[in-house]
Design a binder for this molecule. Structure first.
Ligand SMILES: Cc1cc2nc3c(=O)[nH]c(=O)nc-3n(C[C@H](O)[C@H](O)[C@H](O)COP(=O)(O)OP(=O)(O)OC[C@H]3O[C@@H](n4cnc5c(N)ncnc54)[C@H](O)[C@@H]3O)c2cc1C
Length: 379
């Protein structure tokens, strides 16, 4: 094919990068397809001719308006950064869930969706390794799929075991694509564990829930592998317990939870990447006349000033005082409550929801920032 014929098919090196300057951008849906009976894939392009730049494993925050109510949710980019013209998210319907059902029923080719730029530290890019163990359950497969597609596109010879847990064979996300990639990557092994048969398919593979014996059988050299784990809270808790029982070196363990309310963790706050759960200090005791300092927080745009305790997050104090601030995850992850700080100091414990250059520029995430002095915020 001539260079001329390739024009328009391959990205030009001159193309600007999507969200290089702007934190928020509008994506246009170009395709929707069924992945399983309750999982759909949504492909997007930028409105202009930009390219997408992100790390495999990062997520977008969708900024939706559902029946007049603004609502934000995080969805991992399941496509790889090696295909920068288009971007995909893969969404599982959650029973009773507000956004996942709305997305399934309303986003169609042509839909325009505002998103916040990619965030997240659960990425292969920052933790390269030759021997990898990808563990996932349910929709937690999406960041690992982005990582695997990236390795495949780059012609990597990394030694990867991709171990995915699903309820039934019909719930295995990306099943045929994983099988296809497995035939093309000599050092990739894909194993699925199903809890039960599907009426139309009896499951002949590993059955049940992941256990120490299962892990040792499927991946005898798991101790030598860098582990990436993503899924619902109970699955992730089980994996941590199993690895703990088998004396796995948790310095090689990385995880991302899709659940904000993780019952395994006191205070329901997952630790930042690379921080052990035990290292998280217990929260200060609540109370009124207990000697805890209080500070004033001025919101310049709304013209309101509220009182915030030194052991309280700015977002909580604002909401309690009736100041409306955009927020979503409350875990320092999604970046929705980012605010420019005009003056004062805070202690911020985020989970990757703000970039170092934004911190340098004086921005804070209200949901995970406690005041160290009086504050003035541009909100
Ligand atoms: C970093 C990150 C990446 C993510 N990536 C993905 C991804 O790639 N793909 C994906 O599918 N998801 C992903 N998620 C999860 C996603 O953000 C949403 O949490 C998920 O889609 C559910 O949102 P929802 O609005 O549909 O459910 P919500 O409305 O938030 O409901 C959550 C839970 O509450 C229950 N519930 C809701 N309303 C009621 C009610 N009235 N009574 C009782 N129970 C109720 C629901 O059944 C559900 O169990 C990710 C999450 C994070 C944090």
């Amino acid at each position: 094919m001539s260079t001329q014929a390739l024009e328009g098919l391959v990205p030009s090196l001159q193309s600007p990068v999507c969200w290089a300057e702007e934190d928020e951008t509008v994506l246009v849906c170009t395709a929707v397809s069924d992945v399983t009976h309750d999982v759909k894939n949504f492909v997007f392009e930028p409105e202009g001719d930009q390219l997408f730049e992100f790390d495999a494993g990062q997520f977008l925050t969708l900024k939706l308006d559902i029946d007049g109510t603004p609502v934000n949710r995080c969805y991992t980019i399941s496509s790889p950064p090696t295909r920068p013209n288009r971007i995909a998210i893969t969404v599982k319907r959650v029973q009773g869930g507000k956004v996942s059902n709305w997305v399934h029923d309303n986003i169609v080719p042509g839909s325009k969706v505002p998103v916040l730029a990619p965030l997240g530290a659960f990425t292969l890019a920052r933790k390269p390794a030759e021997k990898l163990l990808f563990l996932s359950a349910g929709s937690g497969i999406t960041p690992l799929m982005s990582m695997l597609r990236t390795l495949y596109d780059l012609g990597s010879d990394a030694d990867v075991v991709f171990l995915h847990s699903a309820r039934t064979p019909s719930d295995i996300v990306f099943r045929s694509e994983l099988a296809a990639i497995e035939t093309l990557m000599p050092n990739l092994r894909v194993v699925h564990i199903c809890e039960a048969d599907y009426p139309s398919e009896r499951w002949g593979g590993m059955r049940g829930r992941i256990s120490p014996a299962m892990l040792q059988t499927i991946v005898p050299d798991f101790q030598e592998r860098m582990t990436f784990n993503c899924g619902p809270a109970p699955y992730m808790e089980a994996v941590r317990r199993i690895l703990g029982e088998l004396d796995y070196d948790m310095a090689s363990y990385h995880e991302e939870s899709f659940n904000f309310d993780d019952p395994s963790i006191p205070g329901a706050t997952p630790p930042p990447e690379g921080v052990a759960y035990e290292d998280i200090a217990a929260p200060a005791a609540p109370g009124g006349d207990d000697g805890v300092a209080t500070f004033s927080v001025e919101f310049t745009k709304s013209g309101k000033t509220v009182t915030c305790r030194a052991d309280e997050n700015v977002l909580d104090a604002a909401l309690a005082a009736g100041v409306r601030l955009a927020s979503s995850c409350s875990q320092g992850m999604c970046g929705t409550c980012k605010i420019p700080k005009l003056s004062g100091e805070v202690e911020m414990n985020h989970n990757g929801g703000i970039r170092p250059k934004e911190v340098t520029a004086g921005k804070i995430l209200a949901c995970c920032s406690k005041p160290l002095s009086d504050l003035s915020l541009d909100a």
